[in-house]
Unconditional design. Structure first.
Length: 735
């Protein structure tokens, strides 16, 4: 126990004095060193959600197509014909700032395990990345070029080795991420509806088995580290970052999928944050069971490891299994064949306690349900941020020509193509990618077994969330769903990753509270239930927190994989239409940030009915064969959205949009899209518009070698060069 008292040790593990007193009451005695380590991990922000739990209740989580909602390793939705989609998104922000390659790689590895633990084969990855600006010679720009290169290499290195395609994502840049870049990873898998596995341990006497890599000391304290803000000493936390091995994970994946085909197990759980601690307590806790584990039987790769080390290590590529009694040898045979460690380390009991032994001596005895039930649920103070009082009344009075604005916005790092990033990811492995990275809006993968397709998108406009956390979060749900709808798929459900600053700051907790309200309202009105998620708090360094960043990943279903709608121009001579209403809305816009140096203003109008009508219209028009392509109007407004459609499609456009103010071509009103219709289908399309009561304006034609939009002119070849090459120039400027 060393010379420190148990209370001093608890405080050193980031527990509070009140929490320590609760532990003493729960145990009926003072805890020992190992028990303090276990409880501190389970009660960390990362594992217990103690600051956020209050606001997470009330999310809409049910629908006829939802098979499994929040509470398991990943959520599950029915996609027809006896198949289900399993998906989840999680953060690996703190580790990726300290050690970008391994932080991002192990983030991908962890989310892959969450999905295949459910019995699903992973078939698609997405990511959402946030960094500070990377252009220029400032220390921050240099630092974030380094971080971005490392993160991208880590994502690609792990995903590519696993043979899972990375088919899309989003990368944005705001100075608020200077001290905390964000790395959110999403995985989707495919499983038969009658072959889904859950993370539970039940049945007295059933063996508890360890499989995967051997345990080392890497990642010790990772969950606690991710529950603290950063300071100048953050680099010293490098040893708390896990080290991943995608080749071992590939073996583990195949071994688990082989295991699932046989009736050998009760449940299985990934060893993620807090390693053996969280997996064992969660499995037993879900079933109200107890568990005995003999830690000296856990496969180890280092000498001199202690019970504390075994319980808190976050070594990667490991699983905990509750097997059916008598099936031990069959399980051992499978994992031995795949050259993975495997051992029977304990059994399920009816005591309700976690009893840990070390060479026959009991070294910990913790009641499982009380540890969960008495975990702190904090009611932190909330306060509307002071900055909101000063950012609303903004006048855009500078005399900026639309041509100059267009040129500047088209070359902005947020707008230009990120092929330098996504070209490092294998997007075509498994040969099912229909619409991959760089193709605009949602990404799509086909389900060969059913002839259907799944569309997905991960999004968050952090500037909108900064000026209005509630509406900005609702807008993120709308944007992710709109991107999916633009492919012709019906949005069905979301998973979220809620990235915020320090919860000890009342203004941050207010942002979080309002963001949750926005997500709840949007998901209810748009009929996209929340089937899982993740909260990442303490994204703060030296007192500076990130903008509210509630990342939303939406998954949708297209009944016909041959009717996936592109988002770039397809055919010369086609007609372009604008769907939705354009207002002079610039709050949180790229235009305002670029030319006024502010993230400010009133949030654009949020109208869920208009949004849902837009989705319905595009989906049904696509089914009727009336559309050539569709792209939502977002960052940079009509001008930039149309330019993207043009350069990615390789065809010029001539567009005239009736607007009250010339600059409104860059306005960022929500619930809009540009659609492309064959010339010969104009009449049928316009009849369809009349039948569906959607605001629609004919705005132009496809053809030529120029982009022409309301007097703005740009040579297509020049625009293409800027769009596809600008990012590489920026990211490689110091190589």
């Amino acid at each position: 126990m060393s010379e420190k008292t148990p209370l001093e040790i608890a405080l050193a593990h980031s527990l509070t004095k009140d929490e320590y007193e609760t532990i003493v009451h729960m145990l009926g005695r003072e805890p020992n060193y190992t028990e303090i380590g276990i409880i501190s991990a389970m009660w960390s922000e990362h594992c217990s959600y103690k600051s956020s739990k209050k606001y997470l209740s009330g999310f809409p989580t049910k629908a006829p197509w939802v098979i499994q909602g929040p509470g398991e390793n990943a959520g599950v939705i029915d996609i027809g014909d006896g198949y289900a989609a399993v998906f989840k998104m999680e953060s690996h922000n703190h580790p990726s700032f300290i050690e970008p390659y391994q932080g991002a790689a192990t983030g991908v590895g962890g989310i892959l395990r969450d999905v295949f633990t459910m019995g699903a084969r992973p078939i698609a990855n997405l990511n959402l990345l946030q960094f500070a600006g990377i252009d220029g010679n400032s220390d921050t720009a240099k630092k974030h070029r380094y971080l971005l290169r490392g993160v991208v290499a880590g994502i690609g290195g792990y995903g590519n080795c696993m043979g899972v395609p990375t088919i899309g994502g989003q990368t944005n840049f705001e100075e608020c991420y200077a001290g905390n870049n964000l790395v959110n990873a999403f995985t989707l898998g495919l499983v038969k509806t009658d072959e889904i596995f859950l993370g539970k341990a039940e049945g007295i006497g059933n063996p508890v088995m360890y499989v995967g890599s051997k345990t080392g000391r890497d990642g010790l304290g990772g969950a606690v580290m991710s529950s603290c803000a950063f300071d100048e000493d953050s680099e010293s936390k490098r040893p708390t970052v896990q080290v991943g091995d995608p080749f071992t994970e590939k073996l583990l994946l195949e071994a688990c999928l082989e295991l699932f085909k046989k009736d050998l197990i009760i449940g299985i759980q990934d060893m993620g944050a807090a390693g053996l601690t969280s997996s064992s307590f969660e499995m037993a806790g879900r079933s109200g069971s107890g568990m005995i584990m003999h830690l000296d039987k856990v496969p180890a790769r280092e000498e001199g490891m202690t019970p504390y080390d075994f319980m808190l290590s976050e070594s990667q590529e490991r699983m905990l299994i509750c097997a059916k009694k008598g099936c031990e040898q069959a399980i051992i045979d499978i994992f031995t064949k795949w050259e993975l460690s495997v051992a029977v380390i304990g059994e399920v009991t009816n005591t309700g306690h976690m009893e840990l032994f070390w060479h026959g001596d009991k070294v910990a005895d913790i009641p499982i349900q009380p540890l969960s039930e008495e975990a702190p649920v904090l009611d932190r103070p909330v306060k509307e941020p002071e900055y909101l009082k000063t950012i609303k009344d903004i006048t855009l009075d500078k005399n900026i020509s639309t041509q100059d604005a267009f040129d500047a916005l088209l070359s902005d790092i947020e707008v230009v193509d990120k092929s330098w990033i996504y070209s490092q990811y294998d997007s075509m492995v498994q040969t099912n990618t229909v619409k991959g990275p760089g193709k605009l809006d949602g990404s799509v993968i086909r389900i060969k077994e059913t002839g259907r397709a799944l569309a997905m998108s991960a999004d968050c406009n952090t500037r909108l969330c900064y000026i209005n956390p509630e509406l900005g979060s609702a807008a993120a749900v709308m944007e992710a769903g709109r991107n999916v709808a633009m492919t012709g798929a019906r949005p069905l459900a979301i998973t979220d990753c809620l990235n915020f600053g320090n919860p000890q700051n009342p203004e941050v907790m207010w942002q979080f509270m309002m963001a949750c309200e926005g997500i709840k309202k949007a998901c209810k009105e748009l009929n996209t239930p929340v089937i899982g998620g993740n909260v990442s708090l303490y994204n703060e360094t030296n007192g500076v927190g990130v903008f509210p960043t509630p990342a939303i990943a939406t998954v949708g279903l297209n009944d016909d994989m041959n009717k996936v709608l592109p988002s770039c121009i397809q055919k010369d001579g086609s007609t372009l239409y604008l769907l939705g209403e354009t207002k002079s809305e610039f709050g949180g816009s790229l235009y305002m940030k670029k030319f006024y140096g502010k993230v400010a203003g009133e949030h654009p109008e949020v109208d869920f009915k208009k949004e849902l009508n837009l989705w319905d219209f595009v989906i049904e028009a696509n089914k009727a064969g009336l559309l050539q392509s569709a792209k939502d109007v977002n960052t940079g407004g009509i001008a930039i959205s149309a330019a993207k459609m043009s350069v990615v499609g390789g065809k010029g456009v001539t567009i005239t949009v009736p607007l009250k103010d010339p600059k409104d071509i860059f306005a960022e009103s929500l619930s809009r899209a540009i659609v492309e219709v064959k010339y010969e289908d104009e009449a049928a399309f316009e009849t369809f518009v009349g039948q569906n009561h959607v605001e629609c304006t004919k705005i132009g034609k496809v053809g030529g070698d120029e982009i022409s939009i309301n007097g703005i002119k740009k040579d297509l070849a020049e625009a293409t060069n800027i769009y596809f090459n600008r990012f590489q120039e920026i990211i490689e400027q110091d190589l």
